[in-house]
Each structure stands twice: as C-alpha cells, then as structure tokens.
Design a protein around this ligand. Sequence first.
Ligand code: COA
Length: 635
Amino acid sequence: MIYSKLRPHLVRHSLVSLHGQLVPKHGVLSVPSSRFYSHQESLPNLPVPTLQQTLDKYLKTVTPLVNESEFNHTQKLVQEFGKANGIGEKLQELLLQHADKKENWLSDWWLDEAYLKSRASVVIHCSPSVSFPKYKFSGVKGQVEQAAKVVAAILDYKVNIDNETLPVEMLSGKPLCMDQYYRILSSCRIPGVEKDGSRCYARSWRPPRHITVIYKNKYFELEVYNRDRTPLTIRQLETQLSRIVTATNGMPHSDPVGILTSEDRDTWGSAYQTLMEDRQNQASLRSIQRSIFALCLDERLSKVSENRWRSDMAGRCLHGGGSQYNTGNRWFDKTVQMIVDQDGGVGLAYEHSPAEGPPIAALLDHVYKYCDEPITQPRSSILSLPHPKFLPFNIKEDTKVRIEHASMKVDSLINNLTIEVLNFKDFGKDFIKSQKLSPDSFFQIALQLAYYTLHNKPPATYESASLRRFRLGRTDTIRSCSSTSQAFTEAVVSGKSSVQDLAAKLRDAVAAHRAYTVCAVSGNGIDRHLLGLRLIATKSGLETPDIYNDPTYKKAMSFNLSTSQVPCKADLCMAFGPAVNEGYGVCYNPKNNKILVSISVFNTIPEYNTVKFKNTLISSLQRMKDILVAASPKL
Ligand code: COA
C-alpha cells in the first residue's frame, strides 16, 4: 500500500519558524526538510525474521536466566515448535502472508497489545515524564511568564509539523520514520472498557487552534492563534494565562475530575461513559481531547532540599505528587502535558501510545532552547483577545465516589514508588568512544554489573531498540543480559580474574550487546517476532503454542531491568516506572562528559532500593573505566 493513500487532509501554514530549523536528538541531520511523505515512501517495510534465527537467539538469551533443567525443558519445547512442518512453520507462513498485506505488519498490533489493550493505569506503569533543570522563576507571576514562553515554544515547533518540514532524524547514518513526530500534538488517548482508542486531530478538516490550561483542577480552553492565524505572542499568552489565574481564584473549589484519568483503564472507561451522558461534560471532554496539548499550572508544594529537587521533580512530572498536590491538575490521557510549577520547575508527562521518547525529546530540546534565548516578537494587541473559555463538568454523586476511589488508589501507587535522578559526572560518551566502545552498550553492561553486584543473579533486561528505520516502525527489545555479560559480571564480583582478563571480558560483553543492537534495529530482534507468532495463532483460532506457557518464557518477560536511552541535547531527564516489583526502571541521557540517569523502584522489596542501585551503578561505571585504563598498554 502506498503511504500517501493513508494520508488524510493536510493543513499548511505559510508561517516560518522563528527559530528556523531544528536539529533533533542525534544531531546528525539531513538537509532541511525533504517533505514528510516523500521521505516516508522511501523507507523500507519491516521484515519478518526467519523462524530458525529467532528460535536460536531465544535459546541463547534465556541461557543466563534459567537453570540447566529449566533450559533443557525449554530447549525441547523450542525444538518441537520449530520442527519441519510443525506449528512454528505454519505460524511463520501465516505471519508472512499477513506482512504481505500490511505497510507494517507489527505497528497496529503493537499499539493494541502494548498500549490500548493494557488495563493498568497509564500513570507510572506506562507514561514517562521529563524534567528540565531548575529555573530561577518563582511565584504565580514567574509561573505565568515561564508558561507563556513554553506555549510559544511549542507553537513555534508546531510550524514545522504543520508545514511538514521537520528535519529527518538519523540513527547510525540511516534516516528514520518521522510519522510519530506528526502525532504528538493535537492527540489524545480515549478511554474504553477492554480497549482504549487513540485519536490525532492534527489532520482533521478543522484542526484545533486551542490548548487546554489546567489550574487548581479547573480546565480552560485557550485559543492560541490570532484571527490572522499567527500564534499568540509571549506577551499575549501571559495576558491570557493571567486571566485564567484571576478567574480561577474567584471560583469555588472543583472536584478533581482529572484524577479519574489516573485510574486503571476499565474503571476510567466506565466512569467516562457516565460523564459523557451529560452534554456539558461531552463538550468539555471533546475540547480537552482535541486540544493541541495541555498546560498544567501546578500549585506550590512543601519545600524540597536542593539535592533532592531533581529526583522530586521527576516524580512530580510522572504523577503529580498525589491527590493532595497536583495529581488532579492533570489529564493523563493527553499525549503532551507541559507542567510549570511556582518554584522553577518545568517538565512534561506524556502518554506513550502515539510515540516513543525521541520525538518528545526533540520537542523539549526546542522548548528548552527557545525559553533560554529570548526572541524579538512583533508588537501584539491584547485588547481583541477573546477570554479563555472555562470548561465546566457536571459531577454527579456516583462520579464523586469514583473520584474519591481514584484518589486513594493513585496515592497508594505514588507512595509505592521512589525515583532517584543521578547526574554522573566522572565521564560520558567521549571516554567510552576513546576506548573504541559503544557508549550505549558500555552503559548497559554497567547496569548488568550493578544488578549482579546487588542481587547476585543476572537480570532479565529490556532495552528499547528503535525500529524506525522501517516505515511506521516502533520498537523491539535489546536483551542486554547475555552469557558474555554474565561472564564479565561474575568475574568482577568473584574478584579472581586479572585486570587483563576482566578487560577482555568487558570488551566481549560490550561487543555482544552492540551486535544484538545492530540486529534489533535492523528488524532481526526476537521479541516482536515471537509476539507476532503468538498473535497470528490467536487471530487464526489456533491454540497458543507451549513455548509461550513455559515458565522460562514468563521469566524472560519479567524484566528486572526495564531500560531506555533517550538522548537530549539539554540536561533533560526522562523517567518511568519499573516493570516488576523485583526490578528497576532506568532511563538515561548520555552526554559527552556525563550521563543523566533516572532510576525508579516500587517500595515493596527492601533489597530493591534506588539509593543502593544508584551508588552501585556509580561504582560499576568507575570500576569499568578503571579496568580499561589499567589494562591498556602504557606508552
Ligand atoms: N567506537 C567509537 N565510537 C562508537 C563506537 C565505537 N566502537 N560505537 C558507537 N560509537 C559512537 C557512535 O558512532 C555514536 O556517535 P555520535 O554520538 O557521534 O552519533 C555514539 O557512539 C553513540 O552510539 P551508541 O552509544 O552505540 O548508541 P546509538 O546511538 O547507536 O544508540 C540505541 C543505540 C539502542 C539507543 C539506538 O539504536 C536506539 O534504538 N534508540 C532508540 C531508543 C528509543 O526509542 N528509546 C525510547 C523508548 S520510549
């Protein structure tokens, strides 16, 4: 199918970006703007790997995670599954037939399985946050001034989205699919029972011209374009946001209806149906869903010490701090929620279903740069601006009860989470590259070492691998734990190996990780292929094969380390929750001379502790550097 056939109406502006072209996260960038669709059409389709390759790799990746008898059992199941004319070959054939008919055989299934059918709360379990370094502004006036710049920055970025002139992002010299960049604004998740929906209004016949502003749990529709279609200037935005603050201060308290969006999806889906029975609620909900993004003006919290500020801010962006603080001042279904507090804090929470971290990082790098470099804007009138529109909700008694339940549930979820942000300054990508090693792989092996040091066993590990070399590509998994990483971590912890031996094992482990990465980003990972085979069995009315009910498979899917690299030019730090109780969520932004890392845990098992993990990660990184330096030939 030709990509352009899928393309609905397109809106074009004749504006130019005030900041000119952007340079996205990897920095290496094509000439400004080949047009979006011609670029998209040039991208290859996602391949389906061969069955035997996936099964061989699967056995290799589970080796460090299971004992000998478990492995032998799994090996038998895999042999049975993969035998000539067996069920594996049948499913592979069906999957190839499915792939023949699709632009991307995986992307719709992945959207459903990973996101829309998931019934867990999006808060902590799915939606990541990003926090900016601390600004100097304070108080409501400072908050409004900063928020006006943030809104102006996003509208400036949006010009390139509307004109389809965003520069093409590159990874390892290859151009990537840009589809996700065009889905992050004007979009929203729609709650449902059993399955949610996902809508993007950017390419509708009448694309939205407003944002949602949330202040003291109240919702406002703020038109952000003048009649002549120019975006409101910073001065105009300040005026409009101040009007919202003044209007809100004269209003009675509102039930925090937004806290319902933190519920598990079935509960929220059913509460949503009730809300939608009321016409006024319907109009308010539609306005929020269609808006370009949400701006959350947060209330002041109790003071946090300077050295905890970054970790605290990462948490507040992720979940709002609790029902007594700002968790009700959100709409967690909104793809982009910008957060500005009253004490120098700026950040974002984003609903993950339409996009991975890199498009969000590119948007935020632009916001950061724009806010940092004041620009000259044309003089603008504030007299003719229409007043922001209050979005009322009629909340009946049963919805009030639901709001109370949702508040209790989200508070206990938040209390069960700890986040720690590490600004590791000893070295960054430059040192690792000087050792002719991949920085990402080196960092992943440091995570393996930290985990093994603390827990004395190798962790099932998930690292996101981009599949965006392919049209409509999302992600596969890099399984960072391997027999070679295990050999290295065991050798370090046993303390019996020479430094030369350790250096050789470290280089092997990094090389094995890099090789897995290259396979995964080329469409030859195993996780999405195994998922595809399982789903095609279900969709064809066949029984789920035994390899999926094997305890080894379950172990391999319970990720003790759920990790992702999200590089940003600025010192921004993405954070997300862990996948399991016995595990950590780790997101990192490697810079030339430092690495920003967020670490999260659920507080259910005392051995899983962010401070311990942070300290062990620091010593692991330092130890690995020492090993390489000590083992290198002295000149
Ligand atoms: N010697 C010297 N330099 C090396 C090297 C080596 N052996 N191996 C790599 N490098 C260099 C690279 O050329 C690159 O240089 P650059 O900074 O000039 O671009 C740099 O080191 C970084 O490379 P590396 O650390 O290997 O990582 P990567 O950029 O290839 O990224 C992944 C690896 C897995 C993060 C990437 O492939 C990916 O998939 N990213 C998307 C993840 C994602 O979607 N996350 C969000 C999920 S919400």
